[in-house]
Design a binder for this molecule. Sequence first.
Ligand code: N01
Length: 515
Amino acid sequence: MEQAGRSVRCFEAGSDVGGTWYWNRYPGARCDVDSMEYSYDFDDELQQEWEWTERYATQPEILRYAQHVADRFGLRRHITFGVRVVSAVLDEAGGRWTVTTDDGATTTARFVVMATGCLSSANLPVIDGRDSFAGQLVHTGRWPHEGVDFEGKRVGIIGTGSSGIQAIPVIARTAGHLTVFQRTPQFTIPARNHPLDPVEQAAVKSRYAEFRAQNRRMPGAFGAKYERPAPKAVDVDDATFREEMEFLWQQGGPMFLSGFRDLMRDPAANQRAADFVRAKIAELVDDPETAARLTPDGFIGCKRLVVDTDYYVTYNRPNVTLVDVSDAGEPITRITPTGIQTGETHHELDILVFATGFDAMTGSLLRVDIQGRGGERLADTWAAGPVTYLGLGVSGFPNLFTVTGPGSPSVLANMVIATEQHVDWISDCIDYMETHGHDLIEAEPTAVAAWVAHVNSVADRTIFPSCNSWYLGANIPGKPRVFMPLPGFPAYVDRCTEVAANDYEGFRFERLAQR
Ligand code: N01
């Protein structure tokens, strides 16, 4: 935006850049997309000069990278840190948005770009007695900057999604005792992280443009280097199936389900892969009862596949206990000043970690009071679930864009690349409006309806809608159950390009009398 000569003001609740990688400082936090792919490709000098140290970068390394990018491109002067946007209200006649922050300041702008993140509103579940806990209570997504000292302490952790599964093995190394409160077991695959080989890094850099282009044609905009022939699982016998799954298990990482092209579509094929992992859990965990408790039902990959380092074997440590808090086990009845009560058992704790996730995709957008045409609130427009056109625009909210919004590939893709694609599209769109003398752009209601139907029909051809995932909003009580991201990055990008080439079909432009 700055390069195009526009004035930009960015508001950030944190005291620094980094977003996810600023807030999620819990032990073990790292990315699960290869570093050389989970990085910006808009500037070749940047990608040539930056040296990644590991296959999967740690949170501190990605945060340093974000800080480097902000410094290198002089971005900080455009950012007001330490403020939260509380409202964005449209003045229809003037075609201006008024943005108000929690320090009472207001800013007017022609365009508002909501880059509020998909996993940025921490979900701290209401549990009876929660606020009475007298020890230290932390959420993985709001981790204290000074860190948490687990040495010798009695630690409890609620939640076994990606955050909990990354944190548990690391906390277990220093805690006196770690009690894991698990409601639903999740499928997790070994990361097989390793230091990056300088020769391999140089080889990628020698053909970075081509490497990036290959990744952008992948379903999630990552993993091209791991691509293999992917027959249908139904077409191969058991020995061949297991051999391929074993190869993928040894390779590690989130491409585990890419060996067969029907795993996310055909329930029977999916169960073969799920059974493969279930057998691994039984092999890795010494105590059969604990292994059984750790073994998920349902489809693998329906909830986001987790990638871990030493997760299952952590339960072989004498200082780690797994408590099943599902309805079939011993649900948490209350949090007390000194611990957690489950059934007849009171678990004494010094530190309680909530690894309980986020109000995903819409949470941070709806915490801002966004008012469009006629004072209509986004929260009302989306009362039955988010409705967008391309995950970029909402009918009734002209000149408001959502970056990686619901209805775009978003969390199903490499977020850095998905963000770049959206920012480029929005930037080009604003250029187009200036060239053509348009003041307002707004998604047509018919285009929104067709897009929502498209997203649903794509999701319905997969196993995604069949479980209680945060993709569906199912982790937040009362949240409408709607599948929010769109599977398939390349087809989506092609559609965005086509829309722009066809004079932004599906959007309507307006020239205001009062400019
Ligand atoms: O959150 P989650 P997360 N009582 O929602 C449990 C990304 N990410 O922060 O399944 C007891 O996945 C809940 O149980 P259940 C990634 O996209 C990426 O771990 O609802 N338990 C679940 O076990 C990821 O998917 C990386 O029954 C309660 C857990 O808390 C997303 O962020 C690393 C409960 C929440 O799991 C979110 O992951 C970290 C309650 N009242 C995160 N409420 C990497 O790149 C919730 N739970 C590697």
